[in-house]
Every structure is written in C-alpha cells, then in structure tokens.
Design a protein around this ligand. Sequence first.
Ligand code: SF4
Length: 452
Amino acid sequence: MNKVGFISLSCPKNLVDSEVMMGQLKQKGFQITANAEDADTVVVNTCGFIDSAKKESIEAILEAARLKTEGKATRLVVAGCLVERYRDELKAEMPEVDAFIGTSQINDILSVCDPQTNTRSLPVIPLGNQSATYLYDESTPRVLATPSHYAFIKIAEGCDRPCAFCFIPQMRGHFRSRRFGSIVAEAHQLAEEGVKELILVAQDSSRYGEDLGKQDALAHLLRELSHTEGIEWVRVMYTYPTHISDEFLNVLAEEPNAVKYLDMPLQHASQNVLKLMKRGGNRGSLERLIERVRKRVPGIAVRTTFITGFPGETEEDFDELMTFVKNVEFDRVGVFTYSDEEGTPAFDLPNKVDPKIAKRRRDQLMKAQSTIAKKKHQAIIGQTVLVMFEGEANESDLLWQGRMETQAPDIDGCVLINDAPEGFVPEPGQLVDVLIEEAHEYDLVGRIVAVA
Ligand code: SF4
C-alpha cells in the first residue's frame, strides 16, 4: 500500500489536522512514514498566517517537490491555510504539485492520496463562501505526532473576531465549537492511550461553546476534563482577554489538574494601537485583568504575545507597551514584528512603520523581558518543583528534561535534569519532584529528589 509522509508546519491546530489526515489514511491501509524521503506520497500541511510562515511553507513545498524529481515520491499534495489563501496562484505556479486541499477538505486526503485518483479532475471547494463546517470528532481516527505523554485537542475551529492584522478567519472560516461530549470522549480515549497531558487549542478558546448557546462552556469543559482518569494535566492555549470569566479562573484555582497557566495573546497595550487593531482595551484595563487573574489564581504563569510596528504605532505607543511589560512582569512573552498581509484591514491603513523600527522595538521589548524572565527564574533556585518528566533532553543526551505546569511544550523553556536517585528512571509523563539548583532565561536546571 502507498506510503505517505507528512510535513506539518506551524501551529498545533494545523498539527491536529495533519494527525487527523494521517489517521484516516492509516485506517484505509496506507502506511504513514515519519521520513518524507521514504514516502511514495508527500503531504505538506502549510501555514498562510504571516510572511515568514508563508516563506517557510513555500520552501517546504519546493523541498518536497525535489523528492519527486530526485527521490522516491510520485505524488505531492499540499494542504492547509496557504491553499485557502493562494489556491489559484499556487496551482498556476506549482505544476509539480498533484493536488491542493483546503482546511475544510480534510476528508479529501483519502482520494488525493489514492494512486488511482486523477487529482487534476478533483472538484475545488473554495473556503471563501464561509461555509466551512469541517470539525473532527471522537470517532475520527488520529495518528498522534506529539510525544506519547501529551496531546492536543482541538475544541473549536475558525474565528469571528475582527483583528485587523489577521487573515485566519478567511482561512479557517466561522467560529464553530465541537460538541462537549465529543471532546470528553476523545479525552478518555487519549488517556487510555497513555497520554498524561491534554492541551486544548482553538483559534479562540475563550469562546468555546458560545455558538452552541452555552455560557462559560470552557470553564465547565476544563473542570470536566481535569477529572479524566489517567490525565495529570489539562492546559488551555489561545484565550482572549475580553473573555476571561470568573468561573474559568475558579476552575484554574480549584482543580489540581487544571494547570496554573494562562496563554492570552494581547498584541499591544496602547489604547491607540489596540483601537487600530480592532481589539479594544487599554493599558489600564489590561493591567486590571492581569491583577484579577493573579489574585484569583495565585502562582499562575501568564504567557502573552505582542506585535511591534503595527501601522500607526508611535514612539509614545511603544513606550506605553514597554511600561506595561515592565509593570506586569509576564512569565512568558513572544514578540512579533507586524507583517503587512494583503486582504486584512490593516493592509489598507496609513502610517506604516519602517520594518527596521519595528524590529528595533521588538528587540528592545525582548531585552526588557529577558531581564524579567531571568529574575523570575532566579527566585526559583532552592525550591522543589513538580515536573512532568519527558525523557532525554533535546540539547544533550547527558541530560534529561521535563516541564513545570507553567511551561507549555515547544514554546516555553523546560527543566533540565542532571541527576536522580540511584537506579531511578522515570517514564515520560510521570510527575517527579525536582530541586532547582540553576536558573537561566528560559530553562531551569535541577535534580530529581522524589517521585511526586
Ligand atoms: S482572535 Fe484575532 S488574532 Fe486570533 S485568530 Fe481570531 S482574528 Fe486572528
């Protein structure tokens, strides 16, 4: 049977789509290989969000096309957000690609990978008509691409927010939630497969259930999932600042398995820029929000992201953002320079900022945050912290690594482990107590002192 290799780019939501496509293929008898060089069919699941991600996607497609001309592959399929955004251009400029499937054509992966299928005759279903309805559920087969101890669960798809810099709603369609029962059933399935940490993702997790007429559904879902047998941790990513409810914070505070971690992209803090971004709020309202979060959930880690160089951002606006970051002292911060994306409202705004200035502002912000991060990590030295063991460290096979509940996979630092009691080798996903002896900007270093 045909061997299929996946190259999955960008965010966890795209990774879940790749896992679902691999699951469907495997169920139909296709072999899935992690090595694209060994595949008969190569699938590149792309990102179309910002310039750098688009470039990375194009390069990955060209690299995969090389496997067709120089390697074993006979078929190249391109999927994902870049297809939604540039389907016709890609089709015209990339004849080496046999088939393009969009974010709502996940089920078409079977026909486009079938060697019998003449892909040129496949119907094209443009997402533009906003009728995107695809949502996987607990009966959809998935091949997990994450390490066996954690898994992402996509709780909703699409987005209805008007953020001026963002093309995602046009690539992913209207906001639509999965059924509560479907997510709970999937969580139990994953727990039975040995998963210890569930990471809930969506474009806009805070809105979960609103379209199903449910109030505070994310809080109820989190409370329910935190009681899933076998699951140690449940984490929520991509919340939205205007939708952080008291009940959600109550669950984070009260449920031991709901990790004390809030991922909430804010993008800016100046009222002027937030208004131009169509996100609303101001420094005062955001500072009060963080205060409220930290008061209700002591010890919570707050992760956020900012954009510098948004059209109309003045030096004063940037100074206000710097003041905000220094006042609030976030635990984790990512900063991106504005990407001028045609088809978004921001693309037509005046007062574009010189990319050099945007970059200088990003570097200044990251430098300020680096000092804060180091100070916060220094304060942990001498403490024994709960760590989910993950196995051999990425940076050295002389070390092990794990994560605290305040560290999400891939985007946050980790805990490097340099020692453990004689003969004690924990399993990935096992919780251990680690005495922290060293602290760096992103990572901590310590030794296992006990099984948690
Ligand atoms: S919330 Fe805003 S930034 Fe996030 S996906 Fe929706 S429109 Fe884009």
